[in-house]
Design a binder for this molecule. Structure first.
Ligand code: AMP
Length: 292
Protein backbone atom coordinates (compact mmCIF):
# COMPACT_ATOMS: atom_id res chain seq x y z
CA UNK A 1 0.00 0.00 0.00
CA UNK A 2 1.34 3.44 -0.92
CA UNK A 3 0.65 6.79 0.70
CA UNK A 4 0.17 9.71 -1.69
CA UNK A 5 0.01 13.25 -0.36
CA UNK A 6 0.26 15.35 -3.50
CA UNK A 7 -2.80 16.08 -5.66
CA UNK A 8 -0.68 16.17 -8.81
CA UNK A 9 1.04 12.88 -8.00
CA UNK A 10 -2.29 11.18 -7.35
CA UNK A 11 -3.75 12.47 -10.61
CA UNK A 12 -0.69 11.41 -12.64
CA UNK A 13 -0.74 7.98 -11.04
CA UNK A 14 -4.45 7.56 -11.82
CA UNK A 15 -3.86 8.63 -15.43
CA UNK A 16 -1.11 6.03 -15.77
CA UNK A 17 -3.26 3.30 -14.24
CA UNK A 18 -6.08 4.08 -16.66
CA UNK A 19 -3.68 4.15 -19.63
CA UNK A 20 -2.63 0.65 -18.60
CA UNK A 21 -6.28 -0.38 -18.73
CA UNK A 22 -6.64 -0.81 -14.94
CA UNK A 23 -10.02 -0.07 -13.33
CA UNK A 24 -9.95 2.20 -10.28
CA UNK A 25 -12.28 1.77 -7.30
CA UNK A 26 -12.43 4.80 -5.02
CA UNK A 27 -13.50 5.07 -1.38
CA UNK A 28 -13.62 8.69 -0.15
CA UNK A 29 -13.53 9.02 3.66
CA UNK A 30 -12.73 11.46 6.45
CA UNK A 31 -10.71 8.79 8.22
CA UNK A 32 -10.92 7.42 11.76
CA UNK A 33 -11.76 4.24 9.95
CA UNK A 34 -14.20 1.59 11.14
CA UNK A 35 -15.86 -1.47 9.66
CA UNK A 36 -18.36 0.72 7.77
CA UNK A 37 -15.53 2.27 5.75
CA UNK A 38 -13.82 -1.08 5.34
CA UNK A 39 -16.96 -2.71 3.91
CA UNK A 40 -16.70 -0.18 1.05
CA UNK A 41 -13.03 -1.04 0.55
CA UNK A 42 -13.77 -4.77 0.44
CA UNK A 43 -16.36 -4.26 -2.29
CA UNK A 44 -13.94 -2.10 -4.28
CA UNK A 45 -11.22 -4.75 -3.96
CA UNK A 46 -13.68 -7.28 -5.40
CA UNK A 47 -14.82 -5.02 -8.26
CA UNK A 48 -11.77 -3.06 -9.37
CA UNK A 49 -8.12 -3.71 -10.26
CA UNK A 50 -6.86 -0.92 -7.97
CA UNK A 51 -8.47 0.56 -4.83
CA UNK A 52 -7.78 4.14 -3.79
CA UNK A 53 -8.98 5.47 -0.44
CA UNK A 54 -8.88 9.15 0.36
CA UNK A 55 -8.66 10.39 3.93
CA UNK A 56 -9.53 14.05 4.06
CA UNK A 57 -11.44 16.01 6.68
CA UNK A 58 -12.91 18.52 4.28
CA UNK A 59 -13.16 21.98 5.93
CA UNK A 60 -15.71 23.11 3.33
CA UNK A 61 -18.42 20.77 4.61
CA UNK A 62 -18.28 21.91 8.24
CA UNK A 63 -20.22 24.89 9.54
CA UNK A 64 -18.40 27.53 11.65
CA UNK A 65 -19.83 26.07 14.86
CA UNK A 66 -19.31 22.44 13.91
CA UNK A 67 -16.66 19.90 14.91
CA UNK A 68 -14.05 20.39 12.14
CA UNK A 69 -11.19 20.97 14.59
CA UNK A 70 -12.35 18.26 16.96
CA UNK A 71 -13.15 15.66 14.31
CA UNK A 72 -11.35 12.45 15.38
CA UNK A 73 -8.15 11.68 13.51
CA UNK A 74 -5.82 8.68 13.81
CA UNK A 75 -3.71 8.29 10.70
CA UNK A 76 -1.55 5.51 12.17
CA UNK A 77 -4.50 3.26 12.90
CA UNK A 78 -6.14 4.24 9.58
CA UNK A 79 -3.07 3.19 7.63
CA UNK A 80 -3.05 -0.19 9.39
CA UNK A 81 -6.74 -0.81 8.72
CA UNK A 82 -6.54 0.40 5.13
CA UNK A 83 -3.57 -1.86 4.41
CA UNK A 84 -5.19 -4.93 5.98
CA UNK A 85 -8.44 -4.46 4.06
CA UNK A 86 -6.73 -4.29 0.66
CA UNK A 87 -6.34 -0.58 -0.16
CA UNK A 88 -3.61 -0.04 -2.79
CA UNK A 89 -3.22 3.74 -2.45
CA UNK A 90 -4.15 6.02 0.44
CA UNK A 91 -4.54 9.61 -0.70
CA UNK A 92 -4.15 12.18 2.09
CA UNK A 93 -4.05 15.67 0.58
CA UNK A 94 -3.37 18.88 2.47
CA UNK A 95 -5.83 21.78 2.74
CA UNK A 96 -3.40 24.00 0.83
CA UNK A 97 -3.23 21.53 -2.04
CA UNK A 98 -7.03 21.04 -2.13
CA UNK A 99 -8.07 24.66 -1.63
CA UNK A 100 -5.27 26.91 -2.82
CA UNK A 101 -5.39 30.62 -2.01
CA UNK A 102 -8.18 32.40 -3.88
CA UNK A 103 -10.07 29.15 -4.42
CA UNK A 104 -13.44 30.13 -5.92
CA UNK A 105 -15.30 27.17 -7.38
CA UNK A 106 -18.10 25.12 -5.79
CA UNK A 107 -20.48 22.43 -7.00
CA UNK A 108 -24.02 22.38 -5.66
CA UNK A 109 -27.01 20.09 -6.18
CA UNK A 110 -30.02 22.33 -5.66
CA UNK A 111 -33.21 21.56 -3.71
CA UNK A 112 -32.31 18.19 -2.20
CA UNK A 113 -29.19 19.65 -0.56
CA UNK A 114 -31.35 22.00 1.49
CA UNK A 115 -33.60 19.38 3.07
CA UNK A 116 -33.11 17.06 6.04
CA UNK A 117 -29.46 17.38 7.16
CA UNK A 118 -29.05 20.33 4.79
CA UNK A 119 -31.70 22.30 6.69
CA UNK A 120 -29.71 22.29 9.93
CA UNK A 121 -26.28 22.22 8.28
CA UNK A 122 -26.43 25.01 5.65
CA UNK A 123 -23.70 24.65 3.04
CA UNK A 124 -22.79 21.14 4.22
CA UNK A 125 -23.75 19.32 1.04
CA UNK A 126 -22.25 22.04 -1.16
CA UNK A 127 -18.98 21.26 0.64
CA UNK A 128 -19.49 17.54 0.09
CA UNK A 129 -20.33 17.78 -3.64
CA UNK A 130 -17.45 20.20 -4.19
CA UNK A 131 -14.86 17.97 -2.54
CA UNK A 132 -16.23 14.79 -4.14
CA UNK A 133 -16.09 16.45 -7.59
CA UNK A 134 -12.50 17.48 -6.94
CA UNK A 135 -11.58 14.01 -5.68
CA UNK A 136 -13.21 12.40 -8.75
CA UNK A 137 -11.11 14.68 -10.99
CA UNK A 138 -7.96 13.75 -9.08
CA UNK A 139 -8.50 10.02 -8.58
CA UNK A 140 -10.32 9.40 -11.91
CA UNK A 141 -12.27 6.42 -10.55
CA UNK A 142 -14.36 3.98 -12.59
CA UNK A 143 -16.45 3.15 -9.51
CA UNK A 144 -16.90 5.17 -6.30
CA UNK A 145 -18.27 3.67 -3.10
CA UNK A 146 -20.52 5.38 -0.58
CA UNK A 147 -22.41 4.17 2.50
CA UNK A 148 -26.18 4.11 2.89
CA UNK A 149 -25.41 5.43 6.39
CA UNK A 150 -25.32 8.91 4.79
CA UNK A 151 -28.50 8.33 2.78
CA UNK A 152 -29.01 11.92 1.72
CA UNK A 153 -25.36 12.28 0.70
CA UNK A 154 -25.64 9.14 -1.46
CA UNK A 155 -28.74 10.49 -3.26
CA UNK A 156 -27.11 13.91 -3.79
CA UNK A 157 -23.91 12.41 -5.18
CA UNK A 158 -25.90 10.12 -7.48
CA UNK A 159 -27.76 13.18 -8.77
CA UNK A 160 -24.55 15.19 -9.23
CA UNK A 161 -22.92 12.37 -11.21
CA UNK A 162 -26.01 12.02 -13.40
CA UNK A 163 -26.61 15.74 -13.93
CA UNK A 164 -22.96 16.53 -14.70
CA UNK A 165 -22.39 13.38 -16.81
CA UNK A 166 -19.48 12.33 -14.64
CA UNK A 167 -17.98 9.09 -15.98
CA UNK A 168 -18.15 7.33 -12.61
CA UNK A 169 -20.38 4.51 -11.40
CA UNK A 170 -21.65 5.15 -7.88
CA UNK A 171 -22.24 2.15 -5.63
CA UNK A 172 -24.11 2.60 -2.33
CA UNK A 173 -23.54 -0.14 0.23
CA UNK A 174 -25.50 -1.16 3.36
CA UNK A 175 -25.06 0.30 6.83
CA UNK A 176 -22.69 -1.59 9.13
CA UNK A 177 -23.98 -1.58 12.71
CA UNK A 178 -22.83 -2.28 16.26
CA UNK A 179 -24.41 -5.32 17.98
CA UNK A 180 -27.13 -3.13 19.56
CA UNK A 181 -28.01 -1.66 16.17
CA UNK A 182 -26.21 1.68 16.43
CA UNK A 183 -24.76 2.57 13.02
CA UNK A 184 -20.97 2.62 13.12
CA UNK A 185 -19.69 6.17 12.89
CA UNK A 186 -16.42 7.97 13.57
CA UNK A 187 -18.45 10.37 15.76
CA UNK A 188 -19.59 7.57 18.13
CA UNK A 189 -16.24 8.09 19.91
CA UNK A 190 -17.60 11.41 21.26
CA UNK A 191 -20.33 9.61 23.26
CA UNK A 192 -19.93 9.02 27.00
CA UNK A 193 -20.77 5.47 28.17
CA UNK A 194 -24.26 6.64 29.22
CA UNK A 195 -24.87 8.45 25.95
CA UNK A 196 -23.60 5.43 24.01
CA UNK A 197 -26.25 3.28 25.72
CA UNK A 198 -28.95 5.85 24.99
CA UNK A 199 -27.92 6.02 21.32
CA UNK A 200 -29.47 2.58 20.75
CA UNK A 201 -32.84 4.33 20.70
CA UNK A 202 -32.20 5.52 17.12
CA UNK A 203 -32.23 1.99 15.76
CA UNK A 204 -35.12 1.03 18.05
CA UNK A 205 -37.19 3.89 16.62
CA UNK A 206 -36.40 2.73 13.07
CA UNK A 207 -37.43 -0.81 14.00
CA UNK A 208 -40.73 0.42 15.38
CA UNK A 209 -41.36 2.30 12.13
CA UNK A 210 -40.54 -0.81 10.15
CA UNK A 211 -42.92 -2.91 12.25
CA UNK A 212 -45.76 -0.41 11.85
CA UNK A 213 -45.30 -0.36 8.07
CA UNK A 214 -45.08 -4.17 7.86
CA UNK A 215 -48.33 -4.32 9.81
CA UNK A 216 -49.95 -2.06 7.23
CA UNK A 217 -49.55 1.54 8.44
CA UNK A 218 -49.19 3.86 5.45
CA UNK A 219 -49.63 7.24 7.14
CA UNK A 220 -46.15 8.79 7.55
CA UNK A 221 -47.39 11.20 10.24
CA UNK A 222 -48.51 8.33 12.48
CA UNK A 223 -45.22 6.48 12.08
CA UNK A 224 -43.21 9.63 12.84
CA UNK A 225 -45.33 10.37 15.92
CA UNK A 226 -44.73 6.87 17.28
CA UNK A 227 -40.97 7.24 16.69
CA UNK A 228 -40.98 10.65 18.41
CA UNK A 229 -42.81 9.19 21.42
CA UNK A 230 -40.26 6.42 21.78
CA UNK A 231 -37.25 8.72 21.44
CA UNK A 232 -38.65 11.30 23.85
CA UNK A 233 -38.54 8.64 26.59
CA UNK A 234 -34.74 8.88 26.44
CA UNK A 235 -34.03 12.19 28.11
CA UNK A 236 -30.54 12.76 26.72
CA UNK A 237 -31.72 12.52 23.11
CA UNK A 238 -33.10 15.55 21.22
CA UNK A 239 -34.65 15.02 17.80
CA UNK A 240 -33.27 17.15 14.98
CA UNK A 241 -35.55 15.62 12.32
CA UNK A 242 -37.45 12.49 11.40
CA UNK A 243 -38.33 12.20 7.71
CA UNK A 244 -40.21 9.60 5.72
CA UNK A 245 -39.57 10.20 2.02
CA UNK A 246 -38.98 8.57 -1.35
CA UNK A 247 -35.63 6.80 -1.14
CA UNK A 248 -34.55 8.04 -4.58
CA UNK A 249 -35.82 11.64 -4.62
CA UNK A 250 -36.06 12.41 -0.86
CA UNK A 251 -39.55 13.82 -1.40
CA UNK A 252 -41.97 13.27 1.47
CA UNK A 253 -45.35 11.88 0.37
CA UNK A 254 -48.82 11.73 1.92
CA UNK A 255 -48.83 7.95 1.82
CA UNK A 256 -46.01 5.49 2.34
CA UNK A 257 -45.39 3.62 -0.91
CA UNK A 258 -42.53 2.44 -3.12
CA UNK A 259 -38.91 2.54 -1.98
CA UNK A 260 -39.22 4.54 1.21
CA UNK A 261 -36.48 6.12 3.29
CA UNK A 262 -37.05 6.55 7.00
CA UNK A 263 -34.28 8.82 8.24
CA UNK A 264 -33.57 10.60 11.47
CA UNK A 265 -31.01 12.90 13.01
CA UNK A 266 -30.68 13.49 16.74
CA UNK A 267 -28.44 15.27 19.17
CA UNK A 268 -27.11 13.42 22.19
CA UNK A 269 -25.48 16.19 24.13
CA UNK A 270 -23.49 18.01 21.44
CA UNK A 271 -23.08 14.90 19.29
CA UNK A 272 -25.23 14.77 16.15
CA UNK A 273 -26.04 11.25 14.98
CA UNK A 274 -27.94 10.11 11.89
CA UNK A 275 -29.45 6.80 10.88
CA UNK A 276 -31.97 5.39 8.42
CA UNK A 277 -33.59 2.35 6.90
CA UNK A 278 -35.03 1.81 3.44
CA UNK A 279 -38.22 -0.19 3.05
CA UNK A 280 -39.71 -1.36 -0.24
CA UNK A 281 -43.46 -1.08 0.07
CA UNK A 282 -45.40 -2.71 -2.75
CA UNK A 283 -49.13 -2.27 -3.20
CA UNK A 284 -50.09 -5.36 -1.19
CA UNK A 285 -49.51 -5.16 2.55
CA UNK A 286 -47.62 -8.44 2.74
CA UNK A 287 -45.16 -7.57 -0.02
CA UNK A 288 -42.56 -5.63 1.81
CA UNK A 289 -38.82 -5.80 1.61
CA UNK A 290 -36.38 -4.24 4.04
CA UNK A 291 -33.21 -3.32 2.21
CA UNK A 292 -31.15 -1.76 4.98
P1 AMP B 1 -17.04 9.44 6.51
O1 AMP B 1 -15.62 9.11 6.81
O2 AMP B 1 -17.91 9.49 7.72
O3 AMP B 1 -17.17 10.64 5.61
O4 AMP B 1 -17.60 8.22 5.67
C1 AMP B 1 -16.97 7.79 4.48
C2 AMP B 1 -17.89 6.83 3.77
O5 AMP B 1 -18.15 5.72 4.62
C3 AMP B 1 -19.25 7.46 3.43
O6 AMP B 1 -19.66 7.03 2.15
C4 AMP B 1 -20.15 6.90 4.51
O7 AMP B 1 -21.50 6.82 4.13
C5 AMP B 1 -19.55 5.53 4.71
N1 AMP B 1 -19.93 5.00 6.03
C6 AMP B 1 -19.78 5.63 7.23
N2 AMP B 1 -20.31 4.89 8.22
C7 AMP B 1 -20.80 3.77 7.63
C8 AMP B 1 -21.46 2.61 8.13
N3 AMP B 1 -21.74 2.46 9.43
N4 AMP B 1 -21.82 1.66 7.25
C9 AMP B 1 -21.54 1.80 5.93
N5 AMP B 1 -20.91 2.87 5.40
C10 AMP B 1 -20.54 3.84 6.24
Amino acid sequence: MKLIRSVLRMQNLSKKLRQKGKTIGFVPTMGYLHQGHLSLVRQSVKDADVTVMSIYVNPLQFGPKEDFKLYPRDIKSDMKLARSSGVDYVFIPSDQDMYAEKYLTTVEVNEISGRMCGASRPGHFKGVTTVVSKLFNIVLPDIAYFGQKDAQQAVIIGKMVKDLNMPVKVKVLPIIREPDGLAKSSRNIYLSPGQRKDAAVLFQALQIARKMIIEGERNPGKVILRMKRLISQTESVTINYIVIAGADDLLPGKKISGRTLIALAVFIGKVRLIDNIVIKVKSQKSKIKITS
